[in-house]
Design a protein around this ligand. Sequence first.
Ligand code: FE2
Length: 407
Amino acid sequence: MARFTLPRDLYHGKGSLEALKTFEGKRAIICVGGGSMKRFGFLDRAIGYLKEAGMEVEVFEGIEPDPSVETVMRGAAVMEKFQPDWIVAMGGGSPIDAAKAMWIKYEYPDCTFEDMCKVFGLPKLRTKAHFCAISSTSGTATEVTAFSIITNYQDRIKYPIADFEITPDVAIVDPDLAETMPQKLVAHTGMDAITHAIEAYVSTANCNYTDPLAIHAIEMIMNDLVPSYNGDMACRDRMHDAQCLAGMAFSNALLGIVHSMAHKTGAAFEDYGAHIIHGAANAMYLPKVIAFNAKNETAKKRYGVIVDYMGIADKSASDDDKVAALIAYLRKMNDDLNIPHCIKNYGADSYPTENGFVPEEVFLERLPEIAANAILDACTGSNPRIPSQEEMEKLLKCCYYDTEVDF
Ligand SMILES: [Fe+2]
């Protein structure tokens, strides 16, 4: 038996933010990030719509990128005081992910962060509040997924919380919000989205319900991401839908080791002055992981199907040639989006550079621990090939030096 879970309602298209007017409840708390939603007027509009719906509204502001356990606990305390029956999370992946974790703590005050991280082990939510997610970036798709990523800065590790209980009740996918994204964010979130779709399609948990979502997302992202990056707003609008489709796929088909590696390298070099941004990490690691996974016959065939849909190689070509075409295509996308190919060339500003911010000796010293953590990541279990410690270390080295994966 398998389960396929999505939000009960999904409002999409320009102006769909207005759906908030139709909500029923007494008190709504809006959780937002650093200020762009306020600056562009979307926060005020959301407050206005919820008030029009007859609700008392409170705002929890200032959720940082890569939200911390401390922020989650702070937000939950505010909820405990205000007693909302609607949690409305608005912005990029970070405020929505943080609000999901706050929701758990609000419903179960005794639940610790360690309890939350037990994969598919959450108690029943919705005894106090329902959850609406409104995404302003086109990548994480957290508005439709069963996941939340919270960073524990004590051990410099990102922890995924995974349970269908935190799949939002309502998602609002309004492209007006995504039009405000800065160019760099378009690149990173877009590559995150294509990684979601590709990992979901080759995941061992793929199924007939997730495959069409993943494939259609890949075709759309292929056509729309680079023009969106270059300022085409019609493509930007379509990317908002495409990333959401990819999210519906991966929330149910799960992901693979591109994400395991991105989660465990993201904050690992924080003390050297920069994060490896999630989408950029995925963009760099995806071609390497495809080469690694393609040693598994089933995965190789599935990559071949993706390539057939993308139309980037002759249909009669061998699966090996199709895999090579896919890797070359994704690397070209990285070039078009100004994303480096490897950690060695990843600058503190995320752009390609001769000498990246992660020194070689620091990377090598931390490699065994990062590899061990990546294997233990919740995303590893559904990868088509489970790497050994030695293979994971070799794979991460390929991601550091941009060397060929031949094992
Ligand atoms: Fe992701």
